[in-house]
Design a protein around this ligand. Structure first.
Ligand SMILES: [Zn+2]
Ligand SMILES: [Zn+2]
Length: 230
């Protein structure tokens, strides 16, 4: 199925205010995507609205987030069930450094309902490193019943290769996100211990604006979906 499993709603300060649950789901539908996930920085508070809107418009979703470890590495947590995804929030709250957001500088952090009405504002700045290590972040995603996908692994900021230097052989991730087929080849070349056939690869948009949501260019095999999410 055509997918985009990494995009940010208006809860992420860096995303456009127009990234509301209805706008995201409808744009994904118009573009011809069949499976999406909204992955806000260090929060799953937008997911209940995403769930309702996705069901109303008839698009399949995974329930997501993009967590930043204490090493400043970004890792997606993707869940088949909303209730499992929501179990993450108390843990995230306990690992936040507690820095107040400055909306005029970083942007607003809006929590919406299924009608795109603001029902809350997140006061703590979400684009921060949690107090937990990458190992702990991955363990917590697994404990709550989700899968961990290493985000944009060759980026020059907040990627595992930039922050740690490489992808450790014993790291318990479930998938790897790259930006292109060329990047996939490069990751394999740099990491002889990564088995191409055993790895589930993702190419997502990391959209912060509606127009950046993926076109139907990337296909997730049913077998890979089932392997991760049953
Ligand atoms: Zn990121
Ligand atoms: Zn992102």
């Amino acid at each position: 199925m055509f997918y985009d499993l990494h995009m940010h709603s208006c809860l992420s300060p860096c995303a456009d205010d127009e990234m509301t649950p209805n706008n995201i789901c409808n744009m994904a539908l118009i573009k011809g995507l069949e499976l999406i996930a909204v992955t806000d920085h260090n929060s799953v508070r937008q997911q209940p609205a995403i769930d309702k809107v996705a069901k109303a418009v008839g698009i399949r979703v995974l329930y997501g987030c993009e967590l930043e470890s204490s090493e400043a590495v970004h890792c997606l947590g993707l869940f088949a069930r909303l209730e499992d995804n929501q179990k993450l929030q108390p843990w995230i709250d306990s690992q936040m450094p507690g820095i107040p957001n400055k909306p005029d500088y970083y942007g607003k952090q809006q929590i919406m309902n299924e009608f795109d009405q603001e029902i809350g504002i997140e006061d703590q700045l979400l684009i921060v490193s949690l107090n937990a290590s990458l190992d702990e972040v991955i363990d917590e995603i697994h404990r709550c019943g989700g899968k961990a996908v290493l985000a944009h692994v060759l980026d020059r900021k907040n990627s595992i290769t930039h922050e740690l230097g490489f992808i450790p052989e014993d790291l318990k991730y479930d998938g790897i996100e790259v930006k292109s087929e060329e990047q996939r080849q490069l990751v394999l070349k740099l990491h002889p211990w990564i088995k191409d056939e055993e790895t589930v690869w993702f190419i997502d948009s990391d959209a912060h604006r509606l127009t950046d949501i993926s076109e139907p260019d990337h296909w997730l095999r049913d077998s890979d979906f089932r392997k991760l999410w049953g």
